[in-house]
Design a protein around this ligand. Structure first.
Ligand code: ASP
Length: 317
């Protein structure tokens, strides 16, 4: 039995590719998560992950990534790393270390260099156009932080191992050194092979307030289903923030349990995710929120065709 879930439509091709290998037992959960996320990092048209990711306010691309092994709770994370092609691979390597497994900025880059990871200027021409456009738009009324999305994956393999992993360029126009939930254990990701795993995307500053991925896994441990756990955790955080802070940012999560069942929850209208398992091939789901209840349906062919067209459309200043 195996299963894999990834945030957003951007996970689709990568999940299709690693699914074949998971099915044939060619790879386990670790490799599936790292390969899938690295493929997304390498795709230049996804503007929130890896190469082509949107820069911070100084037009520098700073990336966060993380990996957690649900068998022994080992994990690794890089934060605000610059000029390395695949932050997820660096985070995975760090997860093999008992100490010093979370590194930021220059320290993360030194580690990546020492361990022979590939360097690359991660600022694409397309990202520069987006940046310049946003600078212009901010002169009028647009908020700087619109435009972000993290790839998060949870994988269960045929050996009952569960892992969780993330990669992101974080918030567009963020301050230099800003770190969101994606590289913070328990917030952007969590995995326990005896229970399940969860990963998040949305406004990191708010997701961290609920330690949401840990919360979802805890609810599953207490006996809630994976879907119930996602909805309870997300609604609780959403409602608490609305009550106490009078505002809440975008919050979306996906999770799997130890039997490969999936769950999702969101407080926005356009969240999507991709799921595949030994029982079904990779499919894109669109998630909707109505009166605190999450519903999801398969994306139509028209929606799928339109997605890539818009993503790859010519950009002009
Ligand atoms: N959670 C990410 C962050 O705050 C961004 C996102 O998932 O949209 O850095």
């Amino acid at each position: 039995m195996w299963a894999i879930i990834g945030t957003w439509r951007m996970s689709y091709e990568a999940i299709q590719n690693v699914s074949k290998k998971l099915k044939n037992n060619e790879i386990g959960a670790d490799e599936a998560a790292v390969l899938a996320i690295a493929e997304i990092e390498d795709f230049p048209y996804f503007k929130s992950v890896g190469y082509g990711g949107l820069p911070n306010e100084e037009m520098v691309v700073e990336l966060d990534a993380a990996f957690m092994n649900g068998n022994d709770y080992s994990f690794g994370a890089v934060m605000a790393i610059k000029d390395y092609k695949n932050p997820i691979k660096v985070a995975y390597e760090l997860s093999k270390q008992y100490t010093n497994c979370v590194l930021v900025g220059e320290g993360a880059e030194k580690f990546a260099h020492k361990n022979g990871f590939e360097r690359k200027n991660m600022l694409s021409d397309r990202a520069i156009i987006h940046y310049k456009k946003r600078v212009k738009e901010m002169e009028t009324e647009l908020k700087p932080y619109i435009g972000h999305d993290t790839v998060g994956m949870c994988v269960l393999d045929n050996n009952q191992k569960i892992v969780s992993a993330t990669s992101t360029s974080g918030l567009f126009m963020k301050k230099s050194g800003r770190v969101g939930d994606s590289a913070i254990i328990g917030s952007g990701f969590y995995a326990d092979s005896e229970v399940g795993a969860c990963t998040a995307t949305g406004l990191g500053e708010d997701l961290m307030k609920g330690c949401i991925s840990y919360e979802v896994v805890s609810l599953m441990r207490q006996g809630k289903t994976v879907q119930e756990s996602c909805e309870i955790a997300l609604n609780k955080l959403n409602d608490k923030l609305l009550e106490k802070a009078k505002k809440v940012g975008d919050l979306s999560i996906v999770a799997i349990d130890k039997n490969g069942n999936f769950g999702c929850a969101t407080n926005i209208d356009n969240f999507s995710f991709v799921y595949a398992s030994d029982k079904e091939e990779a499919k894109v789901y669109l998630v909707e929120k109505e009166n605190n209840k999450t519903t999801f349906k398969l994306a139509s062919q028209e929606w799928l065709d339109d997605y890539l067209k818009t993503r790859m459309a010519k950009l002009e200043l």
